[in-house]
Design a protein around this ligand. Structure first.
Ligand SMILES: Nc1ncnc2c1ncn2[C@@H]1O[C@H](COP(=O)(O)OP(=O)(O)O)[C@@H](O)[C@H]1O
Ligand SMILES: [Mg+2]
Length: 363
């Protein structure tokens, strides 16, 4: 049944190039969904394949439900089929000559189950992915989204201890992707499975994960709840990768607890949350999400500045503004069908200190 996954100091170095996975440690609690998020090439798939046993790690330890399944230092390497792990990949990987039911039943054939037990497990898995009505259809008659649900049912039918999913939605068209994204979390939770899910898509990570681990260059930068990743990014990479696209260079003038006072290019001082220590007088980068720049604000708020609208893009349900602020160019957006700030106008802006972040170290 559903088990805890523990990874400690995992390393994988391929004969060519620098480490693909470079000292990654984390735990996925039983029944939890952890999403590894990061750009292409950051080591997500390699981490997943090490957990599945498809890749031989160079170092570190992996345990599943308290059983050591991989520890090169101790000569332990449990083969994939003995790990009892389910996998869903980007490609649909269904058997085209079989029906939906036959596809889902396939993994049970080698598992010595009685026929009634097998039929019950298949029916339950099909019910879970909402394909009971399609059981006797050839899979080739299904849509991409339905085929991916078959693949999901097939990977869950034998009640694996852990479900691994590698960008399972990336071959689907945009609309299907959104629908199945919401379904996936519900299905995995209903089955009570522990899951490790890999994607480069931040929206997918937020919707699916109980926690998100942001990876870069083979390293795990931050592992936290979606709210913490979005509101308390631990470093500049995490901030930028999850959408803090406004970056302003400044100088740290004063430090006070978790906050810093940063001098902007135009000499104005901004109060910002600052997770790393930084040196007074040293260079820092301010990072701001467009959604966190507040337009037309009331008196008395902290970090209140005047900005000039330099450009705007009306998008119907929202407007993107390019502002001159603090001696830099930044983007912000205004929800609603009315664009209230014409190009050239002055506008009051506030930057909530808790949502204005400063980092001493670059990406
Ligand atoms: N079989 C392999 N041989 C050599 N290098 C590999 C192999 N598989 C992956 N890599 C390299 O390891 C790094 C991480 O790859 P991968 O885990 O596939 O990243 P991601 O899934 O995040 O896109 C990349 O630099 C990639 O080129
Ligand atoms: Mg990959």
């Amino acid at each position: 049944m559903s088990a805890e996954l523990q990874i400690s100091d995992l390393r994988k170095v391929f004969p060519t190039g620098k480490p693909a996975v470079d000292g990654v440690s984390f735990t996925v609690a039983a029944g939890e969904i952890v999403v590894l998020l990061g750009p292409s090439g950051c080591g997500k798939t390699t981490t997943l394949r090490c957990v599945a046993g498809l890749e031989h790690p160079t170092g570190g330890e992996i345990s599943l439900g308290g059983d050591l399944v991989s520890a090169p230092g101790k000569g332990v390497l449990v083969p994939p089929r003995l790990r009892n792990v389910g996998m869903v990949f980007q490609s649909y990987a269904v058997w085209p000559h079989m029906t939906v039911r036959q596809n889902v039943a396939y993994p049970l054939r080698t598992r010595k189950m009685s026929r009634p037990a097998m039929e019950a497990a298949v029916a339950e898995a099909l019910e879970l992915v909402d394909l009971a009505a399609y059981a006797d259809r050839p899979v080739t008659q299904l849509s991409g989204g339905q085929m991916q649900r078959v693949a999901l049912a097939r990977s869950m039918v034998y009640a694996p201890r852990l479900l691994l999913l590698d960008e399972p939605l990336s071959n689907l068209d945009a609309q299907l992707r959104l629908r199945l994204r919401d379904d996936l979390r519900r299905i995995i939770k209903k089955a009570g499975l522990t899951a490790l899910y890999v994607t480069h898509d931040q929206a997918e990570a937020v919707v699916l994960g109980d926690r998100i681990g942001v990876m870069q260059g083979g390293k795990l930068r931050q592992l936290a709840s979606p709210e913490a990743i979005y509101n308390r990014p631990a470093d500049l990479f995490v901030a930028e990768f999850t959408g803090a696209t406004n970056l302003i260079r400044g100088t740290l003038r004063r430090r006070e607890g978790d906050y810093g006072e940063i001098e902007a290019p135009n000499g104005q001082v901004v109060r910002a949350w600052m997770p790393d220590s930084g040196v007074v007088g040293g260079a820092v980068t301010l990072a701001l999400r467009p959604e966190n720049v507040r337009l037309g604000v009331a008196e008395g708020e902290a970090n209140r500045f005047q900005a000039v609208v330099r450009d705007m893009r009306y998008q119907g349900t929202q407007t993107i503004y390019e502002l001159e602020l603090l001696g830099a160019r930044i983007e912000t957006l205004e929800l609603g069908t009315a664009a209230r700030h014409p190009v050239g106008s002055e506008v009051a802006v506030s930057l909530p200190p808790a949502l204005t972040w400063a980092y001493a170290l670059g990406v």
